[in-house]
Design a protein around this ligand. Structure first.
Ligand code: ACO
Length: 309
């Protein structure tokens, strides 16, 4: 869906959206396509790339804030779609930060030896939680999925550190307030569109910059690395202006960031892994290089991971 198509839905313009966010277009899943369907497609590609058979997978973690259903978990549906009959399955809720949280959960299981092979997925159908009458939010988000396989290998590469953080006192600033146990689905919830995403954009912007910059620097500091050692930064693809502001804070030129927000918008928990996958496939990241991933989302939650590729 291009900005021009959005102009037909709400009072907006390509100029406004692109200049404020860097977004030109986003993808919208088909009506009959649920989050687990996109997640399973991504999982199949990751398994093919990694040469992994479905029954080798011991754990599936799906990071999402748009699950197929309250339960069963989206991970259980993915298990069914891909035939990973030996896997334990769970979802992880950390909004946009979900993929890096899930990657760290997978890392902990794998590094204790409790699990040999973990399938980590970030997947979202954000289009179903958009208020398509609210131009301040519906222009920002898109649908998508990405997946990674984690295994413990003796090779000199992998996840060097992960920094995870949250501040639940600011939960009201970015939320889908209705449809859960606090405000169960009712006519009033639907009338007030409380089942849709609500956001205090300027506040989110401010906290996103501060927390992503701080967690990125903390991850580097823990490994005795500097920003100059990093070849590529994969930031949460929410808004090109947030990314520019982070660059200024951490002393990284814009060219060091991998950006695809112009083509996908903010895909929430899928954003980091979709960008990482693209960057790896198109040669932007090479074996042995340091890659810094950094993310922020509702909760508030945030995370940074430093990886040797
Ligand atoms: N098209 C045209 N005008 C718009 C639109 C739109 N899509 N949206 C808002 N406006 C108008 C507003 O109505 C307002 O008009 P008014 O002055 O007449 O009242 C004016 O633009 C300014 O609105 P602001 O909300 O103050 O605009 P701002 O410059 O702050 O930009 C934005 C809004 C892009 C949402 C910005 O605050 C932002 O990027 N925030 C970060 C939010 C984000 O990226 N969230 C993603 C989820 S969290 C995460 O993933 C990190």
């Amino acid at each position: 869906m291009t900005n021009a198509e959005l102009e037909q839905i709400v009072d907006t313009s390509d100029e406004w959206v692109y200049s404020r966010t860097g977004i030109r277009e986003r993808h919208i899943a088909a009506e009959n396509e649920a989050t687990s369907d996109m997640a399973a497609q991504a999982a199949r590609k990751a398994m093919k790339d990694g040469g992994i058979e479905p029954d080798e997978i011991d754990l599936i973690v799906v990071a999402t804030c748009t699950p197929d259903m309250a339960f069963p978990s989206t991970a259980c549906f993915v298990q069914k779609h891909i035939g990973a009959k030996n896997a334990a399955c769970m979802d992880l809720s950390a909004a946009c930060s979900g993929f890096l949280y899930a990657m760290d959960v997978g890392r902990q299981f794998v590094s204790t030896g409790g699990v040999q092979t973990a399938l980590i997925i970030g997947a979202e159908k954000m289009s179903v939680v958009m208020d398509w009458t609210d131009r301040s939010t519906c222009v920002l988000f898109g649908d998508g999925a990405g997946a990674a396989i984690l295994q413990a290998k003796g090779a000199p590469y992998g996840i060097l550190t992960s920094v995870l953080g949250a501040d639940g006192t600011l939960s009201d600033l970015l939320a889908i307030p209705g449809g859960g146990s606090r405000h169960p689905l009712s006519q009033q919830v639907l009338d007030e569109r409380m089942n849709c995403l609500k956001m205090a954009g300027r506040e989110v912007f401010k906290h996103a910059v501060t927390n992503m910059a701080n967690s990125a620097l903390e991850a580097l500091g823990r490994c005795g690395a500097t920003i100059e050692d990093v070849s590529c930064i994969i930031p949460h693809q929410a808004n090109a202006r947030i990314i520019q502001a982070i660059g200024q804070r951490i002393g990284a030129p814009l060219e060091k960031f991998y950006l695809n927000v112009d083509r996908f918008g903010n895909t929430s928990a899928a954003s980091i892994i979709m960008a990482l996958d693209e960057a790896a496939r198109n040669g932007r990241i090479k074996r042995g290089e340091l890659v810094l991933m950094v993310v922020f989302g509702g909760g508030f939650t945030w995370a940074a991971s430093l990886v040797e590729w």
